[in-house]
Design a protein around this ligand. Structure first.
Ligand SMILES: [Zn+2]
Length: 274
């Protein structure tokens, strides 16, 4: 069954690739059509995959090259689809047969993948993606907050359900306020553009879906990941100290950590401190 669900991830990955091409263009100018067709080679303009309905298989089979001119094919399509296939298989292995956490975790995975790809390629977190996500999270908190806690083990679930709606909303506020302050500080220290306003909205969304206290793990995890990877990039001189690094993917790493292992982390820390 994991294999079957991995295939679902593979297909959702194709959808994410398609949206990651369309949405930035659409958000920039709704009337313009995307410049290029992803099914055609950038260099020779001929079909880039021998099996266009199976781009992953086709890319691997062709050795990552255009069959006509030999130009290298973009790896993003393959990485997104294979990445989601692996994540979906892991989700199934962990949560099956409970349908609610499977649906929720898969939705988060696809959404986070889309946001990360667009942020890495365009340094943008699009309102057309993040605002509906925030709206949907608020709606779920209002209507069925129990859905959001279905991802966790029994202890944490009980805690989150005792907190009820305020716990989720406080999480959103913490994410929002923390990144608003970071954004203001970044403006002061580095001038405009150090952090995007999209990062503030993304932090708010992550706070809403992780809730308190997991939002702390998400934020600390994201900041640590961002700090460590930025440091590596600066030390290896791939980036200068002042050049901006898109922050969305780091926030997403932190969120994934909180959603996937937050319960164990809390147990270890609080269990250890007591
Ligand atoms: Zn070609």
């Amino acid at each position: 069954m994991e294999i079957l669900f991995a295939l679902v991830g593979l297909s959702i990955g194709a959808l994410v690739n398609w949206l990651a091409d369309k949405l930035p263009v659409y958000a920039h100018d709704p009337l313009r059509r995307p410049r290029r067709d992803r099914a055609l080679c950038d260099f020779c303009g001929r079909p880039r995959w021998r099996l266009p309905w199976l781009p992953v298989v086709s890319t691997l089979w062709q050795g990552g090259r255009c069959p006509h001119c030999g130009a290298p094919l973009p790896l993003r399509d393959v990485l997104v689809q294979l990445g989601l296939a692996v994540v979906f298989a892991a989700i199934w292995a962990r949560y099956a047969p409970a349908p609610l956490p499977i649906a929720l975790a898969s939705l988060y995975a696809a959404l986070f993948m889309l946001i990360a790809v667009i942020d890495l390629e365009h340094r943008l977190i699009l309102d057309v993606v993040i605002l509906p996500a925030i709206g949907l999270a608020l709606l779920v908190i209002l209507v069925a907050p129990g859905w959001l806690s279905s991802l966790y083990d029994h202890n944490l679930q009980t805690l989150l359900e005792q907190q009820g709606r305020p716990g989720w909303l406080v999480g959103g506020v913490i994410g929002f306020v923390f990144f608003l302050l970071a954004w203001l500080l970044g403006q002061r220290l580095y001038g405009p553009g150090a952090l995007g306003q999209g990062d503030i909205k993304l932090a708010a969304f992550i706070g809403l879906i992780t809730g308190f206290p997991l939002v702390i793990i998400a934020l600390v995890g994201g900041i640590l990941a961002g700090g460590i990877i930025s440091l590596v990039l600066v030390v290896t001189r791939l980036r200068s100290l002042r050049s901006a690094v898109p922050y969305g993917p780091f926030l997403i790493l932190g969120a994934a950590l909180a959603l996937w292992s937050g319960a164990q982390i809390i147990q270890q820390w609080w269990g250890g401190l007591r």
